[in-house]
Ligand binder design. Structure first.
Ligand code: TTJ
Length: 646
C-alpha cells in the first residue's frame, strides 16, 4: 500500500512536464485498480461514474452548474454532461500542459481508498478523473467554453488526440464519454437502477440541482429527471412515501460552525422501524458515525425534557433512545473539510467535532420547534411512550421464552429435522416453503450437516405487528428456536446453531412472498445474521430437459437453449423434452439434492444488506395500506427487476 502512496506522492511533487512520471502514476492505477475505486466488481464499475459526476457536483456546489445528465449508451459507454464553466483549457505554467490534460492524466495524491481512512481531496470531491481515464479503453472530453468546443481523446490513460478546437458553441459546460476497459473489470454491464438511485441521492443532497439519468441501450430505453427544491426535506418525504406520517411537517434544521455544516430533516410515520440515512460530504455513511451519534443523543435528551415539561412523562417516566426513534425517517447531511472515514468499509464518520455540532444544533432548534408546535410534540411523545410500553411487554415475553428454554434445555421445534453435526461453522439450515418440498428436502439432504425446517401457511405480517407480537408468533417461533440465538436486543451471534441459513422457496409469487417476509423479519429482528453474510437464497432450476435417458436442468432461458442444443448434438431432429418446474415440490429428493442442495453443484445467492433493505421496502409497499405506491410498484416490477433502496 505504501508503495502506491509513495508513487503517487512523487508524481504530485515532480510532474514538471515529465510524461514518464505521469504514465507511472496511471500504471499504478491499472496495476491495483481496487486501491483507487474500491473493487473491480460491479461496485467499482459504477464508481467510475460517481468519480466523474463528483466533478460536476463540485461545480454545482460552487454555484456555476444546475444541470447534469448521466447517460448509459449502447456498449455500456457512459456520458456525463454538465452546464458548468467548463474545465480550464489554458496552459498551466508548472507543467506546460493544458489544464484539461492535467485533470485527466495526473494522479492526485492518495486516492480515496488508499489514504488510510482519510478522503484526500482538494475540495470535497473530484480527485478521480485520471483514475477513470486510466481504467477506460477510451475516454473523450469536450469542453464548451467562451464560444469554442475543445476536444481531447485518450486510451487507457494515454493521450491519443491532443487538445484541439473542433467547433463553435454558444453553451458552456463539460462533456465526458468513456468506455470502461473490459480487461480491468469483472463485469462491464451498467445497472440503470443503481445509477438512478445514486443520482437521486445526489439530487436530494444538492437542493435545486437537476439531474437526468438516461438508459439509451436498445430495448431498455428509459429516463428520469430528479430535481428537489426542498433538498433533504424531500428525501424524508420520499422515504415516507408509502407510509403514514403522524405529523404533516418535515422538521428541518441546519447550522454551521467553523468549516463544518450540518443539516437534519425528519418526520415520524406510524410504523415501528427506524430509518436514518446519513451522509458526510455527500458520501453515504451506512455505518453511521459521529453525525448520527450527535443526532440520537440530542433527540433523546430533548424529547425527555420536553415530555417532563409538558407533563406527558410523569415522575420517574423516561423514554429510551430506541423509543424515541421508533417510526422515524431521518436524513442527516454534514459537510466538513477533513472527513475521516472509519470502520470495515470506510462507511462511518469518525470526526468527533461533528457529534458536538449536530448535537448542539438539534438540542437548540428542536427544543424551539417543539415549543412552537405542541401538537407535533405531543404526537411524537405519545408514540415514544407507546414504544416504551411495548418494549417492556416484549421484554417480559422474551424472558418467559428464555425461562422455558432454560428449564427444558433448548427444546427444538417439532418440525425441525436437525443434522448430526453440532459445530455451527459446518452446519446449514434449509428453511423450506411447504410440507411437500420439506419432505423432499429431508429425504434428499445430507443429514450429517444439513437441517431442514419446513414453513407453511400464512406468515405474520411483520409490518403491522409490534415486537411483542413477533416474539409469540407461531410461524416465527420455530425459526427463532431453531437458530438458537435469540432476537432483537438479545440476539447473540455466538449462540447461532447454523452459519448458513438457506431460504429455499419456489420461483413464483408465493415463493417470493415468503422470501420477502423472512428477509424482512431477519432484517428487523436479527440484522447481524445478514450483516455477517449468514443468510442465503437457494437457486432451484427452472427447466428440466430430457433426451432418451439423459436428463439435464437449466437455471434460465439462455441455459435452456444451450443445453437443448447440446442434447440434440449433431442430430437436429432429435426430440428433447423440455418441462418447466412448477415448484420445488415437483422435484424428487434426488433431483432436489443434485440441483439445489449438493454443495458441490448448487448455486447459493448470498443475501446482502441491500437486498434486505429492498425486501423491507417491498414489504412496506406491498403490504401497506397505500394503494398508489403499490400499484406503481407492481407496474414497474412487471417490466424490470427493481432495486428499491429506501
Ligand atoms: C474549475 O475552476 C475554474 C472553472 O472551471 C472549474 C471546473 O473545472 N469545472 C468543472 C469541471 N465543471 N465540470 C467539470 C467536470 C465535468 C466532468 C463531466 C468531468 C470532469 C473531470 C470535470
Amino acid at each position: 500500500m505504501s508503495e502506491e502512496l509513495n508513487g503517487t506522492t512523487q508524481v504530485e511533487h515532480e510532474y514538471g512536464g515529465s510524461e514518464i512520471q505521469v504514465l507511472e502514476g496511471l500504471e499504478a492505477v491499472r496495476k491495483r485498480p481496487g486501491m483507487y475505486i474500491g473493487s473491480t466488481s460491479e461496485s467499482g464499475l459504477h464508481h467510475l461514474v460517481y468519480e466523474i459526476v463528483d466533478n460536476s457536483i463540485d461545480e454545482a456546489l460552487a454555484g456555476y452548474c444546475d444541470e447534469i445528465t448521466v447517460r448509459i449508451e449502447p456498449g455500456d459507454i457512459i456520458t456525463v454532461i454538465d452546464n458548468g464553466r467548463g474545465i480550464p483549457v489554458d496552459i498551466q505554467p508548472q507543467t506546460g500542459l493544458p489544464a484539461l490534460e492535467v485533470v485527466f492524466t495526473i494522479l492526485h495524491a492518495g486516492g480515496k481508498f488508499g489514504g488510510g481512512g482519510y478522503k484526500v481531496s482538494g475540495g470535497l470531491h473530484g480527485v478521480g478523473a485520471s483514475v477513470v481515464n486510466a481504467l477506460s479503453e477510451w475516454l473523450t472530453v469536450r469542453v464548451h467554453k467562451e464560444g469554442k468546443i475543445y476536444e481531447m481523446r485518450f486510451s487507457r490513460g494515454k493521450v491519443t488526440q491532443p487538445m484541439q478546437v473542433v467547433g463553435d458553441t454558444d453553451r458552456h459546460g463539460t462533456e465526458v464519454s468513456f468506455k470502461p476497459d473490459r480487461s480491468m473489470f469483472e463485469v462491464t454491464e451498467y445497472n440503470y437502477d443503481t445509477l438512478h438511485t445514486r443520482m437521486r441521492e445526489e439530487a436530494f443532497l444538492n437542493a435545486g440541482l437537476r439531474i437526468h439519468t438516461i438508459d439509451a441501450r436498445p430495448g431498455r430505453e428509459q429516463e428520469d429527471t430528479m430535481h428537489y427544491a426542498g433538498g433533504i426535506r424531500e428525501f424524508v418525504s420520499y422515504i415516507n412515501r408509502s407510509k403514514d406520517p403522524i405529523h404533516s411537517d418535515v422538521v428541518y434544521m441546519s447550522g454551521s460552525k467553523d468549516d463544518s455544516m450540518a443539516e437534519v430533516a425528519f418526520q415520524y410515520n406510524d410504523g415501528y422501524n427506524e430509518t436514518i440515512v446519513s451522509f458526510a460530504n455527500n458520501v453515504h455513511t451506512p455505518e453511521g458515525g459521529m453525525h448520527e451519534e450527535g443526532f440520537k443523543r440530542a433527540l433523546t435528551t430533548v424529547l425527555n425534557n420536553y415530555g417532563k415539561k409538558m407533563k406527558i412523562l410523569k415522575d420517574e417516566d423516561k423514554v429510551s433512545g430506541e423509543d424515541c426513534r421508533e417510526g422515524i425517517a431521518c436524513v442527516i447531511s454534514v459537510k466538513l473539510t477533513e472527513a475521516q472515514f472509519e470502520g470495515q468499509t470506510k462507511a462511518k464518520l469518525g470526526n468527533a467535532s461533528i457529534r458536538t455540532l449536530v448535537s448542539n444544533l438539534v438540542t437548540e432548534k428542536l427544543t424551539e420547534y417543539l415549543e412552537e408546535n405542541p401538537a407535533v410534540g405531543k404526537a411524537i411523545l405519545d408514540k415514544a411512550l407507546m414504544a416504551n410500553r411495548a418494549r417492556e411487554a416484549a421484554r417480559k415475553a422474551r424472558e418467559s421464552i428464555r425461562r422455558k428454554t432454560a428449564l427444558g434445555g433448548a427444546a427444538m421445534p417439532d418440525k425441525l429435522r436437525d443434522c448430526n453435526e453440532v459445530n455451527p461453522e459446518l452446519t446449514e439450515l434449509y428453511i423450506v416453503e411447504g410440507d411437500s418440498a420439506g419432505g423432499s428436502a429431508t429425504q434428499g439432504r445430507d443429514s450429517r450437516f444439513q437441517a431442514i425446517l419446513p414453513l407453511w401457511g400464512k406468515m405474520l405480517n411483520v409490518e403491522k405487528a409490534r415486537a411483542d407480537k413477533v416474539y409469540g408468533n407461531d410461524k416465527l417461533t420455530p425459526v427463532i428456536t431453531a437458530l438458537g440465538a435469540g432476537i432483537g436486543d438479545d440476539f447473540d451471534l455466538d449462540k447461532l446453531r447454523y452459519h448458513k441459513i438457506i431460504i429455499m422457496a419456489d420461483a413464483d409469487v408465493d415463493g417470493s412472498h415468503i422470501r420477502t417476509l423472512l428477509l424482512t423479519f431477519f432484517f428487523r429482528f436479527m440484522r447481524p445474521l445478514i450483516e455477517h453474510g449468514y443468510v442465503y437464497a437457494a437457486v432451484p432450476p427452472l427447466y428440466k430437459l430430457t433426451r432418451g435417458k439423459t436428463t439435464r436442468v437449466a437455471f434460465d432461458d439462455v441455459e435452456r437453449e444451450q443445453i437443448a442444443a447440446e442434447l440434440r448434438g449433431d442430430n437436429p431432429n432429435a426430440k428433447v423434452d423440455i418441462s418447466r418446474y412448477k415448484g420445488l415440490g415437483e422435484m424428487n429428493p434426488h433431483e432436489l439434492w443434485e440441483t439445489t442442495m449438493d454443495p458441490e453443484k448448487r448455486t447459493l445467492k448470498r443475501i446482502e444488506l441491500d437486498d434486505a433493505v429492498a425486501a423491507d421496502q417491498t414489504f412496506t409497499v406491498l403490504m401497506g395500506e397505500k394503494v398508489e405506491p403499490r400499484k406503481e410498484f407492481i407496474e414497474r416490477n412487471a417490466k424490470y427487476a427493481v432495486n428499491l433502496d429506501y
